[in-house]
Design a protein around this ligand. Structure first.
Ligand SMILES: Cc1cc2nc3c(=O)[nH]c(=O)nc-3n(C[C@H](O)[C@H](O)[C@H](O)COP(=O)(O)O)c2cc1C
Length: 362
């Protein structure tokens, strides 16, 4: 029998039998372990390039080389573990965005997902012979229009797809605190004009542009609801954190399992965007000002206000990945408190598929 009742996600010649993209999660949360496990279940596994060189000896002295080298190693490791589809998530605001994108393309990565900014120059980083697909992550129809216009006018390049991320996602958010609380900005509402715009563009351009939507997608029923609204696939992050294969330390995963709903909070990130995280003592100390002054070893994010910053976000996230939560915190989606146990990626994807099929029959 076909998986997912035949509802595969097609991106050019790539076909994911499971219409789920595992959202890239930095720092270190989605590396080769998680990405390959998701790809082996027919989904799209995504390596996060954020701070990926953290275990290289020259991470503090030659940031660019350390990250490029680690990214190449981790892509190769993922390829050894799966024949499925593997992507890389790169933050546009990263100081080394261009270098990371070029390295991933040279390694033959299937897809680059580029968020946290508008990836206006991304097509210029790949040559015509490369099969790598380029997919921006957006939060509005406006961003969709700006990127498409620029890519077509300047590079004659039609985007290979878009990820639309709503305000219930984890990590840095493309919304203000007010918008996060505003029902007008729910994923279900945001998706409608984006689908409409894509359908219009497809008519003019004569090519399908797939849409992947995420942020708060938790169950198979949620997946059906989002696909019914016109998305071709979903992006999910939070659910994949609580899996055996997730690359983070067990203490990071336990933050989700032990969290109450009230523990999932918005925080102010030094990079100038709100973020969503599981509340802990470190976050309180930052609010009280007892973590200043921050030291900035890497200057990793162009928009980071490092002189005024209460802490270094890279160090905090590396600590969290390693389970040192007294000196860091776990990013998490709005539904992270609903997670009550750790399972395998196979068990998770199978249960989502069963829920999806059951929802189809309702
Ligand atoms: C721990 C964590 C880290 C994340 N890091 C990134 C990141 O580095 N880049 C990015 O584009 N999105 C990041 N995200 C967002 C996810 O890729 C995903 O799109 C989002 O969490 C989807 O919502 P969900 O968690 O409710 O499924 C992160 C999310 C989490 C939970």
């Amino acid at each position: 029998m076909q998986r997912w009742n035949g509802k595969s996600l097609k991106i050019g010649e790539l076909v994911a039998e499971t219409p789920i993209v595992q959202g890239g999660m930095g720092i270190g949360i989605s590396l080769s372990g998680l990405a390959s496990a998701v790809a082996n279940e027919g989904g799209i596994g995504v390596i996060s390039a954020a701070g990926i060189g953290m275990d290289e000896p020259d991470f503090g002295t030659d940031y660019i080389s350390a990250n490029n080298r680690a990214l190449r190693k981790i892509i190769r490791k993922a390829r050894e573990l799966t024949n499925g589809i593997i992507g890389v998530n790169i933050m546009v605001a990263a100081r080394n965005f261009d270098e990371l994108a070029k390295s991933a393309i040279e390694e033959g990565i299937d897809i680059i997902f580029a968020g946290a900014g508008l990836p206006l120059n991304l097509p210029s980083l790949k040559d015509a012979s490369s099969k790598t697909k380029l997919i921006p992550i957006i939060s509005s129809v406006r961003a969709l229009k700006v990127i498409t216009k620029k890519w077509i006018d300047k590079y004659n390049y039609i985007p290979d797809g878009f990820v639309l991320e709503g305000p219930m996602a984890g990590g840095h958010l493309g919304f203000s605190n007010d918008q996060v609380e505003d029902a007008e900005f729910s994923l279900e509402k945001l998706i409608v004009p984006v689908v409409e715009e894509l359908r219009n563009m497809e008519k003019t351009l004569g090519r399908k542009i797939p849409l992947i939507a995420g942020g708060g997608v938790y169950s198979g029923e949620d997946i059906k609801r989002i696909l019914d609204l016109g998305a071709d696939g979903v992006q999910m992050g939070t659910r994949f954190v609580a899996t055996h294969e997730c690359d983070a330390d067990i203490k990071f995963k336990e933050m989700y399992i032990n969290a109450e709903e009230s523990d999932i909070q918005l925080i102010k990130s030094p990079v100038g965007l709100p973020g969503r995280a599981v509340h802990n003592d470190f976050i309180d100390q930052v609010k009280q000002g007892s973590r200043t002054p921050a030291k900035c070893p890497y200057h990793c994010i162009v928009t980071c206000k490092r002189e005024q910053s209460e802490y270094c976000i890279a160090l905090a996230l590396i600590n969290a990945y390693k389970g040192k939560l007294q000196n860091g915190f776990s990013f998490a989606g709005a539904n992270a408190w609903r997670v009550d146990r750790i399972m395998s990626v196979k068990e998770l994807v199978d249960s989502l598929e069963s829920e999806y099929i059951a929802a189809l029959q309702k």
